[in-house]
Design a binder for this molecule. Structure first.
Ligand SMILES: Nc1ncnc2c1ncn2[C@@H]1O[C@H](COP(=O)(O)OP(=O)(O)OP(=O)(O)O)[C@@H](O)[C@H]1O
Ligand SMILES: [Mg+2]
Length: 459
């Protein structure tokens, strides 16, 4: 056993000697020699050290280093836990606050049981003679060289290169995607408008009323799609997915698109086909879309000549370069298969029966989603969203009426939001509305029957 009484005085004298050497060296040894000596000592200690450090600088020449940007984003989510100081930023295009590590701060991380230490290092570039670092043109615009230093045990080198750094890149992409505000792009003068607006549609899957099973199926499908990188790569399929939403006006097709965009945090490209004159323009529009986005073509039955595909093909072959259904489908199938990832396309229609069979063929649109009139379950979801109630004595009466009347979620939503007094008043208003609608629909049915009977008699 060591004798602590003997060790303590020895350590004290060692420390005193070190201080003495340091002060002598400061006083008598010239700066250059001292720096040289200490830097050699530093290198020597590194040589025997078991640690390995990767330096990730902000710029490669004039280009930004993607790894640096990824580290900045990724560490921002860790920094709030382990660093002492963090920086907080938010631009107009961000949905939430973003944090990043402040200078000289350290952040620790663990990945597959490997302990990792990050440090954010800033070095002043300009010395007193105005000299700027020659190897770093990008940084020449700044007065400091910024980098992240990632330190870990030597034996984990392979794991860090092959698994951890790619993980940081991927994770940062995901975090950025979640942070940015969803944009809505529209066509202006035959191209995407230069100023996309923030989509501030509040609709989400929790406020959208639709069949619960169908909603879950769709959400699972979307999640599988966004997490399907490996699947699409393995199978060689283009990373795209198509949805056809159909149903009467006011059943929530556009609302569902907003809910999907908010769920995935994907931008929406709202394509009005009547604003596009040729297939060539269509091609450049589709090429101009960013990845992780949704192309929406509403009322597809009204905006493009769909009925006769052969005629479309003829037109295209004759050099008449008008936008055609085949042009649209070709571009989506062809172009998106070779460039672009994580693309979703949504067509909506009020009349599925009017669509060209080419669009309805199996394998064309991956999911057909019917948005239909309200049943009692969708009414309950709307009552929860609008009135915050899950039961009420008037519900039973409403259940009876909804079983007899064709009413859209938009009409129910309108009825429920009319009264500012209280939930009961809203529900009573809704009952009145449903009663009226029931009478109207009964009258219409009687009239239809009358016309039919007369037609039969005439025959
Ligand atoms: N399923 C729903 N859940 C919640 N609110 C809905 C739903 N459907 C409609 N609404 C309400 O009605 C409004 C109009 O609906 P929306 O525009 O989504 O219908 P649509 O099916 O796209 O109609 P159209 O065929 O006319 O384009 C929405 O803004 C929303 O407030
Ligand atoms: Mg709509």
């Amino acid at each position: 056993m060591y004798d602590s009484k003997a060790i303590l005085p020895a350590m004290a004298s060692l420390a005193a000697s070190a201080m003495l050497i340091r002060s002598i060296s400061n006083d008598f040894i010239p700066n250059e020699i001292r720096n040289f000596f200490f830097s050699k000592l530093h290198n020597l200690s590194y040589h025997f050290s078991s640690l390995f450090t990767i330096v990730i600088e902000e710029f490669q020449g004039i280009a930004k280093n993607e790894m640096f940007e990824a580290a900045e984003v990724y560490l921002g989510t860790k920094a709030t836990l382990s660093a002492q100081r963090v920086r907080a930023t938010k631009s107009e295009d961000d949905k939430k606050l973003a944090f990043s590590v402040d200078r000289d701060e350290e952040v620790t991380d663990v990945h597959e049981n490997v302990q990792l230490k990050w440090k954010f290092v800033c070095v002043q570039l300009e010395d007193s003679s105005g000299f700027r670092h020659p190897n770093n043109y990008g940084a020449a615009l700044r007065s400091e060289l910024r980098s992240y230093e990632l330190t870990f045990h030597k034996k984990h080198k392979e794991k860090v290169f092959d698994s951890y750094l790619p993980y940081v890149l991927e994770k940062a992409k995901h975090i950025k995607q979640q942070h940015k505000a969803v944009k809505l792009h529209t066509v202006e003068y035959e191209y995407w408008s230069r100023c996309a607006v923030n989509l501030s549609h509040p609709m989400t899957f929790s406020t959208l009323a639709m069949d619960a099973g169908r909603k879950k199926e769709l959400m699972d499908d979307l999640d599988k799609f966004v997490n399907g990188k490996q699947f699409y790569r393995r199978t060689g399929k283009a990373w795209k997915r198509g949805y056809l939403l159909y149903g009467p006006p006011g059943t929530g097709k556009s609302s569902l698109i907003a809910a999907m965009a908010n769920h995935l945090n994907y931008d929406i490209y709202d394509l009005d086909l009547t604003a596009v004159s040729t297939n060539r323009d269509l091609k450049s529009l589709l090429l101009g879309m960013s990845n992780r986005s949704i192309l929406v073509i509403e009322d597809i039955d009204c905006t493009i000549k769909l009925q006769n595909r052969e005629v479309d093909d003829e037109l295209a072959n004759n050099g008449d370069n008008k936008v055609t259904l085949s042009g649209l489908l070709n571009v989506i199938d062809g172009l998106w298969s070779c460039c672009g990832e994580e693309r979703i396309i949504i067509f909506t229609t009020n009349h599925k029966e009017k669509l060209d069979p080419a669009l309805l063929r199996p394998g064309r649109m991956d999911m057909h989603i019917h948005m239909s009139y309200c049943n009692f379950s969708t009414f309950e979801q709307l009552a929860m969203s609008y009135l915050g109630i899950s039961q009420h004595k008037i519900f039973q009466q409403i259940e009876g009426l909804i079983g007899e009347v064709q009413v859209t979620p938009a009409e129910i939503a309108g009825g429920l939001s009319k009264s500012a007094v209280d939930a009961e008043h809203s529900l009573q208003n809704l009952v009145k509305f449903l009663d009226n609608k029931k009478m109207k629909q009964q009258d219409e049915a009687k009239n239809d029957q009358y016309v039919k009977d007369h037609e039969q008699e005439e025959k």
